[in-house]
Design a protein around this ligand. Structure first.
Ligand code: AHR
Length: 519
């Protein structure tokens, strides 16, 4: 049985004897029952034309003193290569529905006001060719968000032709004139963004009418490399939008119309809008509340997946969680429209818990994009001029690399409980998978910030004598990495040893641990 964490944790707490809290938790890994593939695209990123997400974070320009390759920061590219970013979503977000691609190609760029984010001037120095260059430098697939809100089917067709045409059309020649004769690969295209809100305030019926036209007429111009089409999905647990899109797909997908994904946006925002939970200097209560909030991702996916199952029991359409992460109060002194926030050990725990939820739903959730990659919201990387720092969330993504395209393996355990005030959380969250390297990998998160946790692992179907890997812990749950102290939070080696036939690991308080079991 794969554990239903909250329910089990509560049940365990009620029945447990007083001293049970500090006993080891027994984890049983059943390698004989492989599940779905944990698609590498679950580890996707999102880079919006927003604040310093692109300008300063990725793009510094060819003449910058910051080391760069064709204007793109070398330090950032090297860091991203190390976490094997599978895909990057661009140019938005809300920005996508006011983006006109011709503004950002060729020697003369059109300067615009970024009306989505802070009304600042956007030079469009970073456009399609620069994004594709960046994606190629990082080794990631391109996930392009089309403009449905203020654009047109014809504009989207032209953009896709410019990027993907492998025949000598006028737009393919324009691309060649701009320095790239070979077609780009657009692995995924998003048909709008949050069309129920910033993408056009549409009703489900209005959106599905647009979806039919865009999905029918817009696609890759390279028959050898079709683009997966991802429809706008819900941003809450209301299911009316999902019903409308799935019904449209069910009724029309034989008619030169198809989609392969439905998006879901869900941020962890504690205690209402606008986000006011600080990203630094918070207490245990703030930690516990935010973590409790983030665990709602599981029931949300269950609810939306149930609607998808009704129309698509074969799970042909992926649920694509292409915006997720902690949305906290802006860093004091920064432009609030730039959505800059620090990133703490709490964010690392939050990232691991969400990835684990996606992995448990891997048969339906086959892609996800954390928001956002650099300098915006729950970022991997923060930059300030020439300085760069890696966040605790970055470390989680790095530690999870072996889970990319691994095969999910069920684990069972009594999660125990961590109680703080009125908040009860599971004490342990765990997943297991067989990696492409053939090894069994475990990810173990100790949610309790006050107590280390002993886990003893019994493996069914294979022999293991030790476990080795890394653990990410921190002096406090609000510990962060700064430009002056860049590795306050950083992974350390951890090993488990065989005792009485089981491998015992001691997980530090509030930590994320990834180990592989050794024969
Ligand atoms: O990630 C920030 C914004 O959040 C995105 O632009 C939008 O899609 C969502 O509301």
């Amino acid at each position: 049985m794969t554990v239903g964490l909250c329910a089990l944790a509560t049940a365990f707490a009620a029945a447990a004897p007083a001293n049970a809290a500090d006993r080891a938790i027994r984890l049983t890994v059943d390698a004989g029952k492989p599940g779905a593939t944990i698609d590498r695209h679950l580890f996707g990123q999102f880079a919006e034309q927003l604040g310093h997400g692109i300008y300063g974070g990725i793009w510094v320009g060819k003449d910058s003193a910051i080391p760069n390759t064709r204007g793109i920061r070398n330090d950032v590219v090297a860091a991203l290569k190390a976490i094997k970013v599978p895909n990057v979503r661009w140019p938005g977000g809300c920005y996508a529905d006011s983006y006109h691609w011709r503004d950002g190609i060729g020697p003369e760029r059109t300067t615009r006001v970024n009306t989505a984010w802070g009304n600042v001037v956007d030079s469009n120095a970073f456009g399609t060719d620069e994004f594709m260059d960046f994606a190629q430098q990082v080794g990631a697939e391109a996930y392009i968000s089309l403009n449905v809100g203020s654009g047109s089917v014809a504009e989207a067709q032209d953009w896709m032709e410019y990027m993907t045409a492998d025949q000598p059309t006028t737009l393919a020649k324009l691309r060649a004139a701009n320095g790239h004769p070979a077609p780009y690969r657009v692995a995924m295209m998003g048909i709008g963004n949050e069309s129920w809100d910033c993408g056009g305030l549409m009703t489900p019926d209005e959106y599905t009418a647009e979806l039919r036209r865009y999905a029918r007429f817009v696609g890759s111009y390279n028959a050898k490399e079709p683009s997966l089409k991802i429809a706008v999905g819900p941003g809450t647990d209301d299911t009316a939008w999902t019903e409308a899109v799935m019904k449209t797909w069910k009724e029309r997908h034989g008619w030169s119309f198809d989609i392969q994904g439905l998006s879901l946006h869900s941020y962890t925002i504690y205690d209402g809008w606008p986000p006011h939970m600080p990203s630094t200097n918070f207490d245990e209560s703030a930690y516990a509340h935010v973590i409790k909030e983030t665990l709602k991702m599981g029931p949300l996916i269950d609810k939306q997946s149930a609607v998808m199952d009704k129309y698509d029991p074969q799970k042909k359409i992926a649920l694509v969680v292409d915006e997720w992460g902690a949305w906290l109060a802006p860093t004091p002194g920064t432009n609030p429209a730039f959505l800059m926030q620090q990133n703490s050990q709490r964010d690392a725990i939050l990232a691991a818990l969400n990835i684990n939820i996606f992995a448990r739903h891997a048969d339906r959730v086959r892609m996800a994009n954390i928001a956002q990659m650099i300098n915006v919201l729950q970022a991997m990387i923060l930059t300030d001029g020439p300085k760069m720092v890696l966040t605790p969330t970055y470390d989680v993504f790095k530690m999870y690399v072996p889970f990319q395209d691994a095969t999910f393996i069920p684990v069972s355990y009594d999660a125990g409980s961590y109680v703080h005030g009125d908040t009860t959380l599971p004490r342990l969250d765990a997943i297991a998978a067989r990696g492409k390297d053939g090894r069994i990998w475990l990810s173990l998160t100790n949610l309790d910030p006050n107590r280390p946790l002993d886990v003893d692992t019994a493996a069914l179907g294979f022999k293991a004598t030790s476990a080795d890997g890394q653990t990410l812990s921190a002096p406090k749950v609000d510990s962060v990495n700064t430009f002056d102290h860049p590795r306050t939070v950083s992974p350390k080696p951890i090993s488990g040893t065989l005792k009485n036939g089981a491998i015992v690991l001691t997980l530090p308080p509030a930590s994320v641990t990834v180990v592989s079991l050794q024969p």
